[in-house]
Design a protein around this ligand. Sequence first.
Ligand code: AGP
Length: 608
Amino acid sequence: MCGIVGYIGNEQAAPFLLDGLKKLEYRGYDSAGIAVYNDSGIDVEKVKGRIKVLSDMLQGGTRVKGSLGIGHTRWATHGKPSDINSHPHMSETGNFAVVHNGIIENHMKLKNHLQELGKSFVSDTDTEVVAHLLDHFYKGDILDAIIKVINMVEGSYALGIICKDDPDTLYAVRKDNPLIIGLGKHENFIASDIPAILEKTRDIYRMQDNEIAEIKRESVTVYNMAKEVIPFEPYHVNWDIGAAEKGGYEHFMLKEIMEQPKAIQDTISPRIKNGKIVLDEMNLTPEELNRFQKIVIVACGSSYHVGVVSKYVIEKLARIPVEVDLASEFRYRDPLVDETSLVIAISQSGETADTLEALREAKRRGAKVISVVNVVGSSIAMESDGVLYTWAGPEISVATTKAYSTQLAMLYMIAIYLAKQRNRIDDAAYDHYVSELQRLPSLVEQALQNKEVVQYVASRHFNAKSIFFIGRNIDYALSLEGSLKLKEISYIHSEAYAAGELKHGTISLIEDGTLVVALATCKKLFDKTMSNAVEVKTRGACILGLTTEGNEKINDVADHVFYVPEAEELFMPSLAVIPLQLFAYYIALMKNCDIDNPRNLAKSVTVE
Ligand code: AGP
């Protein structure tokens, strides 16, 4: 996810562009840049680092003159964060400057074609292809050139474009990524999101897919891909600025919980081609994949919990032994890893010191290391032998949600991929798992609809002193995450326990009214989990059950039930985690906790 801004009017563009980018920094912040049209052509200023670095470099924008410009704050997807990979990107002639949010999925094919035509590329980004294609198709009509380019590219994009030959027009294109037009007086704007323009105007138009806008100081014209003019209705925004950055949600955490269907979709879809999972990014040959005798997953916190879930999935499908280790423990246990081990490091931030050091220890011992990371160009990504990026976009809230869910999806893909590579599943099973994987975004969307029952149960238990989460098999693995989510944002003590283990000691903590969340999506162990729930219920516990829709049997034991849509059992954590995230959120909300910035915590723990 990146942030785009654009300005055309009678004021200096640069100060607005920098201020707008600052307000979009939650969308990405590894590098930033602006391009402003002036008498000497298009002046492009861009640099790695946060907006402040750029703003300081440009003295708040006063150093760059011109009243037409575009700006971009980057969340790297293709090409690590660097000055040269920052946007805007220029065409070879210097005629066009482009900013882009999204992914050009066929950029390599187009890049090769353009290089054969003699175009020279300076960056590793997918976006630069758009700038060169504009040069290639431009014969005097900019709109025609844009339409030709859009017909060539595949993927998702929100584009801001300026052309040296047309100082009176700002162009915008939208497909699958948000782009709004701000309607001012003698000035107009574009932005990825409302916060960037709210101080200038509250009248906006949210562009629709496959629309192109021709934006001038006194007029805005919207076209479809057939160059037909599309009428549009402005919308008046009445949000306050603070709410706007969270997309209208009260907290980034809730926004990110609600973004999970798209985040999972964005992580899965580029890796499934013609029904087959393609994981070339692992950078492992089939021989290497078949040589590994075990997998060791190293991670911390919620990423570690993804590893615990993954153990069940990978061992079930690929029949490879999987060890899951807390990164901080792995490093000091003289681990048994060598060239026959595949180590998988999981990290949202890609900067967690414990995980980075565990990765280094594994490499020192000869193991191949791949990482599942959400931040392009982060330390863990750069030091891995292969990296599989999750496309969750920037996750602002300290408590991870969408990154956790995209990590799960990524590990499911690795499990299916390995199972096929090692002939552990036949074609029918492979197709089943791939299609079940592709159902997840819509099923998660459905699971997100059941907020009311979660809010109700949260209202009954937000004063709890301690809450237990129990489950068996993959439900146990998920219970770890449910418990952590609750603890870290509501400050209520909580423990996750294998349901079969409770009776070996911890059951002594159960008192009258203790809330026990019994996760029971694993069908073959449903009865056993319910009998464990009865054990605590008879000792006074209140049972909150979590199971698949239609399973009414749970009401024989549970006082409340969260139902989730049914999916392939191995992938049920992706559904069951949704009410648990919302449960933690609503309890913390009712306790007036600082949900996005919980006490004592940091988004990335870069110390041991
Ligand atoms: C999860 O909500 C916490 N913020 C924390 O446990 C986190 O998962 C852990 O610090 C690991 O972070 P990473 O995924 O960035 O490595």
